[in-house]
Design a protein around this ligand. Structure first.
Ligand code: DHB
Length: 366
């Protein structure tokens, strides 16, 4: 019966407001996927219903999710640029018994908010633990932390501190910056005064350039402070514009546009050709793989819906532009390789060059 009818996907993203870069990246990848892989799966044409939640108001995200379910009769919800917005939509997915594919938000606890949530992005604990271990191997003894003051930042702060101090390091200063309209100058001045050997940073996608500017202006590199963090701060979309201050920053993350694989070369080439002036970042691969998850499940079920579609999404594995990934059947969370990378210049552009890999990392949990 469902066969032949379009499968509608309600894609909720911040297309305007302070986190619009996340929406732009995810949308570009979703459209690229359909252009390259075709629009029909399991006998059903995929129809994308894009809604802008502006990135700042959970009640707006929740209302949009409800409208997509009730009025537009979507088969799945997808997108979700920030954690509070994913939290807000979770009860809607549970009530409607529809798969909810989190393509961007990255707080560990999100998948526990509904048995219908699956994640194709990453988790902050998953990408934070490896950089703490790397700093210890580098014999860094003191590291300050600077995180955005909301759920993913608190995940990052907690996991960095536990791993780093657990291995004998010291965290002399812990700073939390506001999510809205942050001014990084006074925070980085405090880091300069404390002079730790390293500064661990997590800020959401889109904020990296402003942080990097203050890191340079406050003279932190000159004071001997090494910049480390999760890859969010050296977002591939913005990295080229950050210029020299970003050189040498070491971060851990699940995706670099410089990832050396045939799948990624094709992805980056296709993305740049379709979106002149943009470079795909980690948000984009969350969107790409979210589409792959939906497309494969539709194919496997011959156009199935609801709990059948959800069941077909669980346990899937494929090779993403980022490397091999699995959507764990039990946790519905993503299992993926995490890489340690350093910002380097190649052919006049800045890239996150991967030099170490931790295979098949799970979310280490809360
Ligand atoms: C979240 C948002 C981001 O832009 C990011 O880089 C990581 C996490 C979030 O709100 O979950």
């Amino acid at each position: 019966l469902a066969q032949g009818r379009p499968a509608r996907i309600g894609l909720i993203l911040p297309m305007t407001g302070p986190f619009a870069s996340t929406g732009r990246q995810v949308e570009a990848a979703v459209r690229l996927y359909l252009r390259q892989r075709g629009e029909s799966f399991g006998g059903r044409r995929l129809e994308i219903l894009l809604r802008d939640d502006t990135g700042t108001a959970p009640e707006v995200t929740r209302r949009l999710a409800q409208e997509l379910v009730v009025r537009d009769k979507v088969q799945a919800l997808a997108g979700f640029g920030l954690t509070p917005l994913a939290f807000a939509a979770a009860p809607v997915a549970t009530e409607a018994k529809l798969p909810m594919v989190v393509m961007a938000a990255a707080t560990s606890a999100i998948v526990q908010r509904s048995p219908f949530i699956l994640r194709t992005s990453f988790t902050l604990p998953q990408v934070t633990a490896p950089i703490a271990e790397w700093a210890l191997r580098e014999r860094v003894q003191t590291a300050a932390t600077l995180v955005a003051d909301y759920a993913p930042g608190l995940d990052a702060e907690r996991v960095f501190k536990a791993r780093f101090t657990g291995g004998g390091g010291r965290v002399p200063l812990e700073l939390r910056t506001p999510l809205r309209n942050p001014d990084y100058a006074p925070f980085l001045q405090r880091v300069r005064d404390a002079k730790p050997e390293a500064l661990f940073i997590f800020v959401p996608s889109g904020e990296g350039a402003a942080v990097m500017k203050q890191f340079a202006e406050r003279g932190l590199a000159e004071a001997g402070v090494r910049l480390i963090g999760t890859g969010d701060v050296v977002d591939d979309d913005l990295l080229n514009d950050m210029g020299r201050p970003a050189l040498g920053a070491v971060t851990s993350h699940h995706y670099s546009a410089a990832h050396d694989s045939p799948e990624n070369k094709a992805y980056v080439q296709g993305f740049i050709a379709a979106n002149p002036g943009m470079r795909p970042n980690f948000m984009s691969v969350g969107g790409w793989d979210g589409m792959q998850l939906i497309a494969e499940a539709l194919q496997a079920t011959g156009g199935g819906e609801g709990e059948a579609l959800l069941a077909a999404m669980k346990g899937r594995s494929w090779t993403s532009p980022r490397g091999p990934i699995t959507i764990d059947a039990e946790t519905r969370d993503i299992v993926q390789d995490v890489y340690i990378r350093r910002v380097e210049e190649r052919d006049g552009q800045l890239w996150n060059i991967e030099f170490d890999r931790l295979p098949a990392m799970r979310d280490p949990g809360t």
